[in-house]
Design a protein around this ligand. Structure first.
Ligand code: SAM
Length: 649
């Protein structure tokens, strides 16, 4: 469906619209030009622009027929719903001092929305708020939203932000349209049917401030013909920055709408094309005047790189909240192991790390005399056993392997693998929880992969503390350490999805999620680090960290809906593995990020800082995180005493 939500898959066609008058030509326009001219829908006004309820009552009494721009019979029901976005009268001003205008505006808005619902339109475009003070407009829209079934309301928002406002955020001269949008959405309590149509101007704000919009519910971007430049052949084109922005819109499933009249003199171009029937004149139908602009947008889309196969596979997971795995408390399923095992990059890194450790452990001259004892703890169905044996072969070292696994179902597969590969003389399978296994000898190397998206959140520290009893005092743990990271994000879609559960529990839960429509508001910072082995006697896996994020001056104000979490693990020496964006292991897909939501989003201002606290707490049967913000304002402590979300020991 062109106008609703869709995955941002380049294999689907992109959706484009045109803003146009609703004239008698509408049926012809939709019949003759839709798709062939490069657009999929029109944004057209629903009501005669001269209509004012107060005047109509005076002129024709109370029961006059409303002057809608076209009867519902002018188009078929599917044309209305699939190809028309209703444009609400742009004269309405619900915050005017003029009471009559205000009342007329409210009446008209409600009548137009009711008409749009009658036509089953998928979306209506609301005019931009006229100033910072838009409370009455928001109140009426909020009231409408409460009874709206399927339709989305796209609030038109000009993409403007002056750059000189950084130091004085309270200045009356400050123009940052995000602020207006933000007050509107706060007044409407982040309603999930309220979204944005960004009006793209000829000059663009700074990159950082543009980035904020990708975490907001932007559904459409309106590009006026006068924002286009002219190329050497006289055709419309866009500046480099505009091109990048439009590509960003495509990547985020934001539909592009061309508005305005043609402003390029394309006489020569059209003459050139005159002989080309398919481009100019088909069976007497005139070429659509906005076509050169649509063609250019289509060209930008075609020019984009195709989505790599792995990302294509992950499209369905974008911004989709999932509960983190609990591999200690639960037993993973076969298909989960299967997915892990396809992640070649992860095992390549492990093999590299094991190879280096083996070479350090056994000098060349003793390679044929010493057998290294290696234990894979949490062996699953065996991929790390395979990586270890390949590392042994690569390094020319002799190995004896113990594969310890507590999931009896995975152990079945492990047995078959060992038999099938003929590893019986080298690999011993132990069906046991590593914390309680009574090992017959000590290991030189302990290999594990018990990491969650936030590093320690699948209880690797607790498991390895239990397992290190059977590691030699000078033994090596792979991984040798791991660190979690967080960064504040605008993530309006995730926030709304959490909110839809209507309980505190969901706001106090961390989710695994393939982040896509988010704005990352500051660089990630390290949170908790665990190092293995850790033979100190007073060790504790409780942690507390206070973090302070500086908000860049050119970002503008922004909303923090929560924190994205990542990890980076040092496997051995310089071999690492992780998903922290600046150092992420390329082509690795075993982990998505984690998301810690905030019950109440926090608004941050440029040149200020955001202070957040994270705790890792351990009890006899569970481990949990608590988190809270203290600046610029205090939030509740989330997940106190692990009441909503915990990981079972
Ligand atoms: C993330 S999976 C990794 C599996 C495998 N190494 C791989 O790379 O596909 C972690 C494995 O560790 C096992 N595990 C978790 N805690 C364990 C424990 N305390 N003792 C033994 N196995 C454990 C789980 O059952 C699971 O098979």
């Amino acid at each position: 469906m062109p106008l609703g939500e869709r995955a941002g898959d380049k294999s689907e066609s992109r959706y484009c619209g045109v803003e146009t008058e609703f004239s008698d030509d509408m049926p012809q326009l939709l019949t003759n030009h839709i798709y062939s001219a490069g657009f999929d829908f029109v944004v057209a006004q629903l009501m005669d622009p001269a209509y004012r309820p107060s005047l109509m009552q005076k002129e024709s009494g109370e029961y006059g027929v409303l002057p809608f721009a076209g009867s519902d019979l002018v188009l078929s029901p599917s044309q209305w719903s699939s190809h028309v976005v209703g444009k609400i009268s742009s004269w309405i001003d619900l915050d005017s001092d003029d009471e009559i205008l205000r009342m007329d505006s409210e009446t008209t808005l409600k009548q137009e929305i009711a008409w749009a619902s009658h036509l089953s339109l998928q979306a209506c475009l609301l005019p931009a708020p006229r100033g910072k003070s838009c409370a009455n407009y928001a109140r009426v829209v909020n009231e409408i939203l409460q009874s709206l079934n399927n339709m989305l309301l796209w609030l038109r928002v000009p993409l403007v932000k002056t750059d000189d406002d950084a130091t004085d955020v309270n200045s009356d001269h400050m123009i940052d349209s995000w602020e207006i949008w933000n007050s509107f959405q706060l007044l409407c309590e982040h309603h999930s049917r309220l979204s944005i149509a960004l009006d793209v101007m000829s000059s663009l704000p700074s990159e950082n401030s543009l980035g904020r919009w990708f975490g907001e519910p932007v559904r459409a971007a309106i590009v006026n013909t006068d924002s286009f430049l002219t190329n050497t052949r006289g055709y419309p084109c866009l500046s480099k920055r505009h091109q990048k922005l439009i590509t960003g819109f495509f990547n985020h499933s934001i539909q592009v709408i061309i508005s305005g009249k043609p402003v390029h003199n394309l006489q020569r171009g059209i003459a050139d094309l005159a002989s080309d029937q398919s481009n100019n004149n088909i069976d007497g139908v005139q070429r659509y005047p906005l076509r050169p602009y649509l063609d250019y947008i289509g060209y930008l889309y075609q020019r984009m790189d195709p989505i790599p196969e792995q990302e294509r596979f992950e499209l369905g997971y974008r911004d989709f909240l999932q509960s983190p795995l609990q591999p200690l408390m639960d037993n993973l399923e076969a298909q989960t192991y299967e997915t892990f095992e396809k992640d070649t990059m992860k095992y390549i890194q492990y093999q590299r790390a094991i190879c280096k450790a083996l070479l350090d452990r056994v000098p060349d001259e003793e390679a044929s005399a010493i057998t290294t004892v290696l234990m894979v703890v949490g062996a699953g169905r065996g991929p790390l056993v395979r990586a270890s044996l390949q590392a042994a072969e690569e390094s020319g070292r002799m190995l004896k392997v113990y594969a310890v696994e507590k999931n009896p179902n995975a152990v079945v597969t492990l047995h078959s693998l060992v038999k099938l590969e003929g590893w019986e003389s080298i690999v011993t399978i132990i069906s046991c929880d590593m914390r309680y296994w009574d090992a017959p000898e000590k290991a030189d190397i302990l290999v594990s992969e018990l990491l969650g998206s936030f590093g320690d959140n699948e209880l690797s520290p607790e498991c390895l503390d239990g397992a290190q009893r059977f590691l030699k005092p000078d033994g090596i743990s792979i991984p040798s350490s791991y660190t979690s990271f967080i960064q504040p994000v605008t993530a309006s879609k995730l926030y709304n999805d959490v909110k839809s559960h209507k309980d505190v529990t969901h706001f106090e839960t961390a989710y695994v999620v393939k982040l896509h429509s988010v704005a990352r508001l500051a660089s990630p910072q390290p949170v908790f680090t665990f190092t293995h082995p850790n033979f100190s006697t007073d060790k504790s896996n409780n942690r507390y960290k206070k973090l302070r994020f500086e908000i860049p001056s050119d970002t503008g104000s922004a909303m923090v809906h929560g924190f994205a979490g990542y990890f980076d693990a040092t496997l051995y020496k310089d071999v690492h593995l992780g998903i922290e964006p600046s150092t992420a292991t390329p082509s690795m897909f075993s982990w998505f990020a984690i998301f810690f939501p905030l019950r109440t989003p926090v608004c941050i201002q440029p040149c200020t800082h955001l202070e957040v606290h994270f705790w890792r707490c351990c009890g006899p049967t569970k481990v949990w995180y608590e988190w809270g913000v203290t600046s610029p304002c205090a939030s509740a402590i989330h997940n106190s005493n692990g009441r909503s979300y915990w990981v079972g020991l």
